[in-house]
Design a protein around this ligand. Sequence first.
Ligand SMILES: Nc1nc2c(ncn2[C@@H]2O[C@H](COP(=O)(O)OP(=O)(O)O)[C@@H](O)[C@H]2O)c(=O)[nH]1
Ligand SMILES: [Mg+2]
Length: 343
Amino acid sequence: MKDVLAKIKTEMGPNALILSTREVKDNSYGTLTKPMIEVTAAVDYDAQLPSQALPSLKPLEKHIPSIHTDSSDIHSITSGITELGSMMRRLLKHSGVEQPLNPTREALISQGIKASLVDMMISKLGENTQTGTIKGLLTKLIKTSTPTQSKIWAFFGSTGVGKTTTIAKIAANAALRENQSVGIISLDTYRIGAIEQGRTYSKILNIPFAAAGSVDEFRSALDQLHQKDIILVDTVGRSPLNSNIIDQLQNYFAGMSLCKFLLLPVAIREIEMERTTKTFSSLGIDRVIFTKLDEAMTHGSIITHNLLYRIPLTYITTGQRVPEDIEEADAAKIVALCFGDKS
Ligand SMILES: Nc1nc2c(ncn2[C@@H]2O[C@H](COP(=O)(O)OP(=O)(O)O)[C@@H](O)[C@H]2O)c(=O)[nH]1
Ligand SMILES: [Mg+2]
């Protein structure tokens, strides 16, 4: 160790120190291992004179990268801030810290209306705005509309959302109440039983029904039904997260004039609502139908969707009964539902 220290002092100077020593095995000679000592040394330095031992620091970079923003960044930042704000308010509420809450705001958010939309309305109308004023504004803002002029109506949406049932309701009402001639074409040849379900409804309603498994079959079914007042097209029941479906559907409807409905269940989370709407929007959605109102605890999704995407709402379905459980969308009724008004 004395020899080693001497070696260190010659190599590293008089301030060198031994930090640690340890025995290591050298296996480079196979079984004939001989013990070795590993010594870690360092040069001590005067803390008052750091420049002695430390390399000089580079001057700080003067260049500050410029920040590019566009309106979508700003939009997401603002909505992020609003959501943070609402989260903090809730946290404060739960932790018992006194915080003056706006009851109207809380009521709307608890109904499932997106917080940033509620805050936008409240900032427009003032913090002390009355419930009636907000109701009035919402009723004016909600877009509803009858279907477009086209006589072919196609129905899109996730599996199980209620496409086939809604088509049966619309077909029954058109045929029985409005005395219109109706035809149904189903493209849902994927799921076992899907065609049977459509065929059964058509039989009961005495409406011609065709199943089409290819674009050619679809075109010839349309030709057969061309004299009908309305042709309702049921589409595949697979996940909207599978984007191949959208490409396939594009092929079926390319260059055709039709009214395209997107169906969404009222009890949908914002994340699925956004994803489904964005996915199907590439088909060019004309109208929205909210389904299964009867199964939902809150109804704010209808307002959130309508205010965010501005696609007019045509129908709301309210149960499994065909043809009774469907209503034309009415803005005042939707607002009343969201405020828990009994009607
Ligand atoms: N509670 C309730 N159930 C519904 C409504 N609409 C459809 N359903 C039910 O939801 C299930 C799936 O409906 P279906 O029309 O086959 O969905 P599709 O896969 O989109 O064609 C069926 O059991 C329907 O009876 C509704 O408004 N309320
Ligand atoms: Mg179906």
